[in-house]
Design a binder for this molecule. Structure first.
Ligand code: ADP
Ligand code: MG
Ligand code: ZN
Length: 475
């Protein structure tokens, strides 16, 4: 039997506000445990929450960027449960009336374009963090994270493969960073994803029973965990069994998911409207003001890069994946206005370098202007493309401008005909047999000669001139 998988994602994005959602404690990551706390976020009796306006503004931004419709009035609810990281005994969230619903984002997985529905976006507070002592049977709790603002983005079950889920997640990640509402740091947990997955016979319209996967802290983990879970569920069904609805944990060391707990239902939480908080009212003027302030979004930028710069769709996709990278590209072509070579160097050498060093584009040792200057030197024939790679490596190491490096290291390209003739003559005299071969019709040895000449000149000979002189000498 052939199966099809059905995937829906729940993403928790921590909002980049200075303070927490209902008090003025700092929401900064990494402080000493329990130093960013107060009676409100510790859930002392009798305290009152006061909603952080910035949280609402950021969520409106996200809702607009994902084409959601915004509720003019939404409500906060108490989601009741007991856990040591939740001092109040309930989490303030939104339940029946979320701030935003019915949105979508467009993804590209391989060659297929697809629209993924967004069911809802709601605002909630984070819980604290448990720290388990590896040496003793003891756990500690850090309440710095309680009350840190989150936005939960729930997708429709519209994805049909791990690749589509990965593409959706990357797109969402790109959007939150473009609009500056979340830093997207998955390792620090500011962008977290739970993946819901079920399988059904291909062509069926009734979804199978889903499991919910947690502990996915990178894009790769999400894709790998889904892949594993599809296999596991298929096997159960093929054996005549039934998948049970449960929450499962991804174990990245063992490359498998294991059962964590049975899946709770909404009614288990005894949701009710929080009596301490007024309904959240958002008016048209506020929405319009936020809209006017939105930057160009990834899709629009990509489309513009294709239209304005004549870039292939693939290049435009890569370059617009992060706003800073797109800015870098546009700065580079201010110095050297040829988009395609600039794109090639950024996608190849520059991203390769940053990847290898684990750096972000903001930390690039090669500035956009200097990369543009390097491309100029190639275009002007001052250096060859090959030497340019050496110069680039040196720029990466020292941060110096390409001009300075070329001068210091004597890398200027040799283009003068007499100088090239001298090198060509030297190489040909060293290889009489190959010269015979060439004259006998084996034109392939031309490549060999070019290679030897470039080597002799330490890569500095102008390739066009080399070819011209070679053909003259061999004819
Ligand atoms: P809960 O909090 O119970 O997990 P939510 O409504 O927050 O419920 O999230 C449910 C998620 O599961 C959504 O992303 C939805 O698209 C997805 N989903 C629902 N049914 C299925 C199914 N049968 N297979 C895969 N995903 C599903
Ligand atoms: Mg869930
Ligand atoms: Zn506080």
């Amino acid at each position: 039997m052939e199966f099809e998988s059905v995937i829906g994602l729940e993403v928790h994005a921590q909002l980049k506000t200075k303070t927490k959602i209902f008090c003025n404690c700092s929401s900064e990551f990494g402080a000493a445990p329990n130093t960013h706390v107060c009676p409100v976020c510790l859930g002392m009796p009798g305290v009152l929450p006061v909603l952080n306006r910035k949280v609402v503004e950021y969520t409106i931004r996200m809702a607009l960027a994902t084409h959601c419709s915004l509720a003019r009035e939404s409500r906060f609810a108490r989601k009741n449960y007991f856990y040591p990281d939740l001092p109040k005994g309930y989490q303030i969230s939104q339940y029946e009336l979320p701030i935003a619903q019915f949105g979508h984002i467009d993804i590209e997985a391989g060659d297929n374009k697809k629209r993924i529905g967004i069911t809802r976006i709601h605002i909630e507070e984070d819980a604290g963090k448990l720290i388990h002592d590896p040496d003793r049977p003891k756990s500690m709790v850090d309440f710095n994270r309680t009350g840190v603002p989150l936005m939960e983005i729930v997708s429709e079950p519209d994805m049909r493969s791990p690749e589509e889920a990965g593409a959706y997640l990357r797109k969402l990640h790109s959007v939150v960073r473009y609009i500056g509402v979340c830093d997207g740091n998955m390792e620090e947990g500011s962008f977290r994803c739970d993946a819901n997955i079920s399988v059904m016979p291909k062509g069926s319209t009734t979804f199978g029973t889903r499991t919910e996967l947690k502990n996915l802290n990178s894009f790769r983990h999400v894709e790998k965990a889904l892949q594993f879970e599809i296999g596991r569920q298929k096997e159960i069904i093929a054996d005549g069994g039934q998948v049970i609805q449960e929450t499962r944990l991804w174990d990245s060391a063992k490359n498998m998911t294991t059962s964590m707990r049975g899946k709770e239902d909404a009614h288990d939480y005894r949701y009710f409207p929080d009596p301490d908080l007024l309904p959240l009212v958002v008016d048209d003027a506020w929405i319009q003001a936020v809209k006017a302030d939105l930057p160009e979004l990834p899709d629009a930028k990509k489309e513009r890069f294709v239209r304005e710069y004549g870039l292939p769709s693939y290049d435009a996709e890569v370059l617009t994946s992060a706003r800073e990278l797109a800015d870098y590209f546009e700065d580079c072509i201010k110095t050297f206005p040829q988009p395609k070579p600039a794109s090639n160097w950024i996608m190849g050498s520059l991203l390769g370098l940053l990847n290898a060093e684990g750096k972000s584009i903001d930390e690039s040792p090669v500035s956009a202007e200097n990369l543009g200057n390097l491309l100029k030197l190639i275009a002007d024939g001052v250096i060859s493309g090959k030497i340019a790679k050496t110069v680039f490596e040196e720029m990466a190491k020292t941060g110096k401008s390409p001009r300075v490096i070329v001068t210091e290291k004597g890398l200027v390209q040799v283009s003068g005909k007499p100088a090239i003739e001298e090198i060509v003559a030297k190489v040909l005299s060293r290889h009489p047999k190959e010269v015979e071969d060439y004259k006998g019709g084996k034109t392939k040895v031309l490549g060999f000669f070019v290679g030897q000449i470039m080597k002799e000149s330490k890569g500095k000979a102008n390739p066009a001139m080399v070819n011209e002189v070679l053909k003259e000498k061999l004819s």
